[in-house]
Design a protein around this ligand. Structure first.
Ligand code: NAP
Length: 499
């Protein structure tokens, strides 16, 4: 039986496990370091955390949910949805919780995984599904260790954190900070937001889903498909704007400008929140509450560069010290360091970190030369700024299931041909070179500027290109014949552990 190990039980891990189960594979284990399914929706619990892709689209196509309470539901609802899907699809039973992978090495005919507890697990196919936004990034600011108050990252939220009557500093103005700040203003004595570059914002077309709509969705599931299709249409418009479409781009920029005019009366503040970067080079943020929160008298927006953290606050380049009791890092994630900190060693002892020294790359975002039977979910260049990543996860799950089918049929391990992977990477990077994402610094790019997270085209193109695994993309891998003694002990010792 083909043994499949999936690392991570977020949307990606659940998607691929569900597809493999649907196709009849049973020897599957999901290794999850936390004690619960959910990925980013388990980890991010800060006030205001929600998805900014409408739920009718940010959900599995095969498990549309009639029960969303609103178009942009809060994170807890998304987590509950994912847990329910995992349970009903039979995935939860396959998860081993509290198991963190330290390294994985290709032995010549299978993957040997070592956990941080020292356990050895063998698998024929390894599917890392660890997401791109699972490792918080906290800037190293001089003096941070001297700060007397509490400091934490948005992804490490403490539900017991005292905000009441405190002076709170928030560093960053990305998707997380713009959701958090409106939730804490009014409770905190004062909120000081530190902005490095202003984000583009758009009004969030949120709405409550009442009992009539929910009953209709339950009774006529086709209505949910309709709502999903309409949302899809909107993402195409947004995608066209980001791609620089000559008609749509100015319209969307105008809409964003109108939002600033209408929500920010103070010209000085309006000038501070007006982005300099081109629309879409960072994620465009949907919000109705961010600009009004910044316009409050008890909120300061600081645009001077942070130079140090002091015991009592933050000092900026103009010499001003901004006192605070709580310091919140809304500074994002180490998205370009795929699979870190797991050490992955492929054929001939090649380290994935060495293969990716100049930036992560993978054929179709899933498979890397020199790493047989390794398939990533949400790998390099498979992120989207406009639509739902779950659509991409489903495409990947179907492709990987085809690969597992071939491996199970007794073919040799699958390793993508170097020349195919190189040509693909050149094509993707060539297309990205002319994209808006190269126009500013963001989590889409490595320090050297390579765009490693984003897919350059439309989601439908990705679906089309991954629809059918082409056997000609793969080369045969010669399996070394182990001595009988070695083979016996390895087999006894490294059998896949089931939870
Ligand atoms: P982010 O978009 O990377 O934003 C990080 C913010 O911190 C940026 O404003 C950045 O400034 C600032 N920053 C970073 N280092 C700094 C430093 N040393 N000094 C000053 N400012 C610094 O991170 P995020 O807000 O956590 O969002 C990350 C991604 O998570 C989003 O793009 C989105 O895909 C996902 N997310 C989604 C939702 C959702 O609703 N679906 C919600 C939250 C997050 P610069 O802009 O100048 O770099």
């Amino acid at each position: 039986m083909t043994r499949v190990a999936i690392i991570g039980a977020g949307f990606g891990g659940v998607a691929v496990a569900a597809e493999l189960l649907r196709q009849g594979f049973r020897d599957i284990v999901l290794l999850e370091k936390a004690d619960r399914i959910g990925g980013v929706w388990r980890d991010n619990t800060y006030p205001g955390c929600a998805c900014d892709v409408p739920a009718p689209l940010y959900s599995f196509s095969f498990a549309l949910n009639p029960d969303w309470s609103r178009r942009y539901p809060p994170h807890q609802e998304i987590l509950t949805y994912l847990e329910r899907c995992a349970r009903e699809l039979g995935v939860t039973d396959l998860v081993r919780f509290g198991v963190e992978v330290a390294d994985a090495g290709w032995t010549g005919d299978h993957w040997q995984i070592t956990t941080t507890a020292g356990e050895l697990i063998s698998a024929d196919v390894l599917i890392p599904a660890m997401g791109q936004l699972s490792r918080p990034s906290i800037p190293v600011l001089p003096g941070a260790e001297t700060f007397r108050g509490r400091q934490l990252h948005t992804a490490h939220w403490d539900p017991h954190l005292a905000i009441d009557g405190r002076r709170v500093a928030v560093i960053g103005t990305g998707a997380s900070a713009i959701q958090l700040v409106p939730e804490i203003v009014g409770t905190a004595a004062r909120v000081t937001v530190f902005q490095r570059t202003a984000p583009w914002t758009l009004p969030k077309p949120d709405r409550r889903y009442g009992p009539v709509r929910r009953a209709a969705y339950r009774r006529i599931p086709g209505l949910m498909r309709l709502s999903r299709a309409a949302t899809w249409g909107l993402t195409l418009v947004q995608g066209a704007a980001v791609a620089g479409n000559r008609v749509v781009n100015p319209l969307v920029r105008g809409y964003s400008r109108a939002q600033r005019r209408w929500q920010v009366r103070d010209p000085e503040l309006r000038s501070k929140v007006t982005p300099d970067d081109p629309l879409g080079c960072k994620r465009v943020l949907f919000t109705n509450a961010w600009l009004p929160a910044l316009a409050r008298p008890d909120v300061d927006l600081v645009i001077e560069k942070i130079i140090a953290v002091t015991p009592d606050g933050i000092r900026t380049a103009d010499g001003v010290e901004h006192p605070c009791d709580v310091l919140i890092y809304g500074t994002g994630f180490a998205a370009t360091e795929f699979l870190a900190p797991i050490r992955v060693t492929g054929r001939d002892g090649v380290r994935l970190t060495d293969e990716w020294r100049d930036g992560a790359h993978a054929y179709l975002g899933m498979t890397v030369p020199g790493f047989p039977n390794l398939f990533l979910i949400y790998g390099p260049n498979t992120n989207t700024g406009n639509t739902s990543v779950i659509y991409f996860h489903e495409s990947q799950a179907r492709y990987i299931a085809q690969a597992v089918r071939r491996i199970a049929a007794g073919e040799s391990p699958l390793e993508v041909r170097e020349e195919r992977a190189t040509a693909y990477d050149q094509e993707i990077q060539g297309r990205l070179a002319g994209s808006v994402w190269t126009a500013c610094r963001s989590w889409y790019r490595t320090a050297s500027g390579r765009v490693v997270t984003n897919w350059p085209g439309k989601a439908a193109e990705y679906r089309r290109r991954t629809a059918r695994l082409d056997p000609a993309d793969f080369r045969p891998v010669v399996i070394p014949q182990p001595s009988p003694a070695l083979h016996d002990s390895a087999d006894a010792h490294h059998r896949l552990q089931r939870g």
